[in-house]
Design a protein around this ligand. Structure first.
Ligand SMILES: Nc1ncnc2c1ncn2[C@@H]1O[C@H](COP(=O)(O)OP(=O)(O)O)[C@@H](O)[C@H]1O
Ligand SMILES: [Mg+2]
Length: 234
């Protein structure tokens, strides 16, 4: 469904991603693990057309590199950004609706997507009129994921969804991600919380200094000394 070849991103003189290659099949839940500064957000920005990149990004039967972000979303690739990026003064409902902007003509589809989000995150249903900024961190993360789902992605990118969440809330978020994937949405999960990410992803890539240095099934990576040293012990 997604195949990346020889992808590179530079910020001025500085290389942020180099020689990135990976592929994700339809229906998979794959993690990109990396410490702070490894390049996870840059990778997602490149996939979403938010930063210029070199190389190939094949999705939905074409090379989407260089396309505008709204075109990429319309093709079925949507990201839930790091740090949620909600509009805190707007209601939960309005924040969710903003996610369906590229599909605004499809009223019936929007209603179905809205029902899906309320079913996945029942906590939000009673808070639709509240300002998003008044919610707890975990609830705000639900709004952010819900907003991404309103675009009806075939491939959902989640950039550090567990950041700043209490362990119990991480558990609830993990369950929601598993359910979303179980319903057929392919998921790419960027995380530095390797322990949480590997509990839900079936396989993963490890990003270090802008390069993929390791890849394999989650079961193997959980036991990998390099991964343990870099993330799980930390
Ligand atoms: N807008 C930017 N301009 C210059 N350098 C950046 C910019 N964004 C990120 N970087 C640098 O690129 C590298 C990768 O950052 P980032 O993609 O945010 O990593 P991660 O999401 O894994 O923490 C870091 O060294 C970071 O300092
Ligand atoms: Mg990041």
């Amino acid at each position: 469904m997604l195949e990346v070849r020889n992808l590179a991103v530079r910020y001025g003189e500085r290389s942020a991603l180099e020689d990135i290659a990976f592929a994700i099949g339809e229906g998979e839940l794959v993690a990109i693990l990396g410490a702070n500064g490894a390049g996870k957000t840059t990778l997602f920005a490149a996939l979403s057309g938010l930063v210029p990149s070199q190389g190939e990004i094949h999705f939905a039967g074409r090379d989407i590199r260089g396309l505008r972000t709204d075109r990429i979303i319309a093709l079925g690739l949507t990201q839930c950004p790091e740090g949620r990026k909600l509009f805190p003064a707007l209601s939960v409902e309005r924040n969710l609706q903003l996610g369906s902007y590229v599909r605004r003509a499809d009223r019936a589809g929007n209603e179905a997507a809205f029902e899906r989000v309320c079913r996945l995150f029942p906590d939000l249903r009673s808070r639709l009129r509240q300002a998003a900024g008044s919610l707890s961190g975990g609830q705000q993360q639900m709004v952010a994921i819900g907003r991404a789902l309103m675009a009806r992605p075939r491939l959902l990118l989640l950039d550090e969804p567990f950041l700043g969440l209490a362990p119990k809330v991480v558990g609830a978020t993990l369950a929601a991600i598993a359910e979303i994937n179980g319903e057929g949405t392919t998921v790419l999960l960027g995380e530095q919380n390797a322990h949480a990410a590997l509990s839900v992803a079936r396989r993963a890539y490890v990003l270090q200094n802008g390069r993929i240095v390791l890849e394999g099934p989650a079961t193997a990576l959980r036991e990998n000394e390099q991964v343990k040293r870099a993330f799980i012990g930390a």
